[in-house]
Design a protein around this ligand. Structure first.
Ligand SMILES: NC(=O)C1=CN([C@@H]2O[C@H](COP(=O)(O)OP(=O)(O)OC[C@H]3O[C@@H](n4cnc5c(N)ncnc54)[C@H](O)[C@@H]3O)[C@@H](O)[C@H]2O)C=CC1
Ligand SMILES: O=C([O-])CC(=O)C(=O)O
Length: 278
């Protein structure tokens, strides 16, 4: 696969595969198929092959469907946008082959620091995009100095939290709420285990800043909000700042629409002659 450089030379494209053709995967696949400079959609891996093939045909996208283990043969970078449960299956073969994985299921990364060791040992790389959050530029800059605290408050419409393991195990119902209910307060590490598909954002934030044990979060099920709202307060020796984002939910109520766009922006940066932001 080749693409044209600005001088008109033909240069090999970076081959991108997508693992998980759901809300994020479909948007990213569409964009790659339309064209992103220096990047080529090289493969897709998904659970339901027939459904995925039907979608690719409808979209007019020609792209092989491959098995998880075969991803390293097809791609230089895999965008992991699949259920957290298969993070390891996606990362291990790619990282062992010295390749890159863009990880969206950041919650599943926290209990698996060995994947970072694997990347280090083989010259691979895990990239965690800002995803549904904001301000990792400032947080990672502040982390070069001393960050005293990172506190986050998340408010989601109840259906954006329904079914989370912590709610099920503790028999906390968020159905029919008439006022906001604080369903969790604790560390990013515990939140990621308790709400693995709902607050990947705090896992990613903790990796950008002071780690999963010192980053704290409150999670509210709030019937008064229609968006996935995140407020962050950082206190550091270089700056104090507060940041907020109100994400429009996608067809998957747990996932903000901006997430796939963050992936596309991060992919674009990989080959861009101009990079803005940390
Ligand atoms: N870091 C962040 O800011 C954010 C992370 N996320 C996370 O990103 C991931 C993807 O999110 P969505 O696209 O909204 O989820 P989704 O549920 O819409 O899509 C996941 C897709 O993976 C597919 N899948 C299931 N088993 C598979 C397998 N064995 N192999 C390949 N594909 C398989 C499913 O069929 C589905 O199409 C989730 O883990 C989600 O929690 C979501 C939003 C923000
Ligand atoms: O972090 C997540 O998994 C999703 C999220 O909160 C959002 O999209 O706003």
């Amino acid at each position: 696969m080749k693409s044209q450089s600005q001088e008109g030379h033909s240069v090999p494209s970076k081959r991108i595969a997508i693992a998980g053709l759901g809300e994020i995967g479909r948007t990213v696949a569409r964009k790659l198929a339309e064209g992103l400079p220096g990047l080529a959609l090289a493969a897709v891996t998904t659970r339901d092959q027939a459904k995925a093939q039907a979608w690719l045909d409808r979209e007019g996208i020609a792209c092989p469907l491959v098995a998880l283990d075969d991803l390293p043969d097809h791609a230089d970078l895999v965008v992991e946008c699949a259920p957290a449960a298969i993070l390891e299956q996606i990362c291990r073969p790619m990282l062992s082959a010295g390749k890159q994985v863009m990880v969206l299921s950041a919650s599943a990364l926290l209990p698996r620091p060995d994947l970072i060791d694997l990347a280090r040992a083989h010259g691979g790389q895990i990239i965690v995009p800002t995803g549904a959050l904001i301000g990792f530029d400032a947080v990672s800059a502040a982390a070069e100095g001393t960050i005293h605290s990172v506190q986050m408050v998340t408010r989601k419409p109840p259906k954006g939290l329904a079914g989370a393991p912590y709610l099920v195990e503790n028999r906390i119902s968020v159905e029919g709420l008439t006022s906001a209910l604080c369903v969790f307060k604790g560390s990013a590490r515990d939140a990621a285990a308790a709400f693995p598909a709902n607050v990947n954002v705090v896992a990613a934030l903790s990796l950008a800043g002071i780690g999963p044990d010192r980053t704290t979060i409150e999670i509210w099920a709030d019937p008064a909000v229609t968006r996935n709202c995140h407020q962050i307060r950082v206190d550091a020796d270089s700056a104090s700042f507060t940041m907020g984002i109100e994400n429009v939910p996608s067809e998957n109520p747990k996932t903000g629409r901006i997430t796939a766009l963050s992936v596309i922006a991060a992919l674009r940066k990989l080959t861009s002659p101009l990079q803005v932001g940390t």
